[in-house]
Design a protein around this ligand. Sequence first.
Ligand SMILES: Cc1cc2nc3c(=O)[nH]c(=O)nc-3n(C[C@H](O)[C@H](O)[C@H](O)COP(=O)(O)O)c2cc1C
Length: 367
Amino acid sequence: MNIDTSALFAPIVINGHVLKNRLSVAPMTRVTATQDGRATEKMTRYYERFARGGFGAVSTEGIYTDQAFSQGYHDQPGLSDDAQANAWKPVVNGIKSHGSFAIAQVMHAGAISQGNRHRDATVGPSPIQPKGEQMAFYNGKGRYALPGEMTEDQIADAIRSFAEAAGRAVDTAGFDAVEIHGANGYLLDQFLTDYANRRTDRWGGSTENRARLILETFKAVRAKVGAKVPVGVRISQGKVNDFGHKWADAERDAEIIFGSLADAGADFIHVTEYEAWKPAFHSSGRSLMRLAKDFAPRATIFANGGLHDIAQAVTALDDGADIVTIARGALANPDLPKRLSSRDALSAFDPTILGPIANIKETELAM
Ligand SMILES: Cc1cc2nc3c(=O)[nH]c(=O)nc-3n(C[C@H](O)[C@H](O)[C@H](O)COP(=O)(O)O)c2cc1C
């Protein structure tokens, strides 16, 4: 490989915590927990490989927060009680034992939950049929259920559960940081999305109102974990059930969303697009990572999407990104940073790893 990758290996400080490089594993749901949501020994081996392979940070998959409506998938891990929190300890220790930074991603699936042992029904901002179909590789089939409209009490419960799950992530499991999943079509993004949120109360209508649940969740998590723990939010336009969605007010929406997260004190913002370097709205406009940096200059910007293209990963650091996160490229190359250091070629991602079910395969762990 003939690219100068040294910029990817410069350390960076997030809220007083040093990350040894700019390469992070993006969150990936692998449905390999126990049926009751406890992380497994297989998951410990899976996550540790990325840290051993040199990634400066490793993010978990989306972890559900409560024993009500948050769980999205069967065999998804949770942080909804102490037993689940304790089960994360070996995973966190494995990540940290190689000097990598351990990030817990907390999520609520909302209207696109397709497997929840605690509830048969789903909830969302409004009783609107979600677009798309359930994901077969997470044991889903057919259309999503029609969600119930969340009451004020249910919204308050969801916010509280994010905070409590984040508290368990840090205090019990030992994670270094918390990422709130505000992206990809899950509950917080459903509130942000104009067609999914038809509420006429303070949680719907203007972009400011639709972003309120993300902000209130951030503030509750911050209050729970304190000022010293890095807390960030993942934001996207596209969704697992609507890849091409764009914010209607384009850069003005970006300013409201990223600016309000900055004002609230987000330590990091994780933006994801299909190809991170592409203009977010118009053929010649700014990328989403650039917009995040411009409207939240003090936040560390994590950028994601196609950045296993290492030339693009290096360029991203000049286009608003502080850290690049890699998903499919990390599955193909759990030792990607080490390969870059030793100038070894990267392997291409093989999608059969994720079939027929996206659970962790022993063949991967042998890589
Ligand atoms: C198997 C798989 C599971 C994923 N699960 C999550 C998840 O739990 N949370 C999340 O925020 N993104 C999830 N993603 C999205 C990735 O984090 C990432 O945004 C996407 O794969 C694009 O990045 P890439 O081009 O580096 O693969 C998942 C992606 C894959 C391939």
